[in-house]
Design a protein. Structure first.
Length: 168
């Protein structure tokens, strides 16, 4: 009974985190170009200074940082969306890949469409592909993590089964 409540709580947390991440992306797409640019410039300077300590800063551009930020943001969204599928079926979350990728693609399309209506911004097809690439990457990462977790649980279950059989 306690395990079911913990599982339900985990499911709610994952769903809320997913919704918050999508909302975060969409809200940032509503920022006018000047505000978005200032925010990006601040992040760029922070990253540039960090990598500059290692002599790598000269290779970074604000454009690259913006694209990597989008890719990372949508990687998290893809990972969270697959985690929602995991909450639905812990043994075979891959059953829901089409739904996860479809929802991820729609999220990216909506994100770029929002930008068509914001002053100084432009929705771009290339950004849809970058964002969707992040969704796919996050989905693959979580599939790998869940496969490792399943394998470890299975090994542990096999060892527990051997101990039980030896005790009898």
């Amino acid at each position: 009974m306690k395990d079911k409540r913990a599982s339900k709580r985990f499911s709610v947390i994952i769903f809320v985190l997913t919704a918050c991440m999508v909302l975060f992306a969409w809200v940032h797409s509503c920022f006018p170009a000047d505000l978005s640019g200032r925010e990006s410039k601040g992040v760029f300077e922070l990253i540039y200074n960090f990598f500059g300590m290692f002599g790598l800063g000269k290779h970074l551009t604000e454009h690259l940082i913006r694209k990597l930020a989008h890719f990372s943001e949508f990687t998290a969204i893809g990972a969270l969306m697959l985690s929602c599928a995991y909450c639905r079926d812990r043994f075979r979350p891959q059953r829901f890949i089409a739904y996860v990728l479809g929802a991820g693609l729609m999220t990216t399309v909506i994100d770029e469409t929002i930008q068509l209506f914001v002053e100084g911004r432009a929705g771009m097809i290339v950004d849809v592909w970058i964002d969707f690439g992040g969704v796919v990457f996050g989905t693959l990462i979580m599939l790998g993590i869940y496969a490792i977790v399943r394998r470890k649980k299975k090994k542990k279950g096999d060892k527990d089964g051997e101990k039980s059989a030896a005790a009898e």
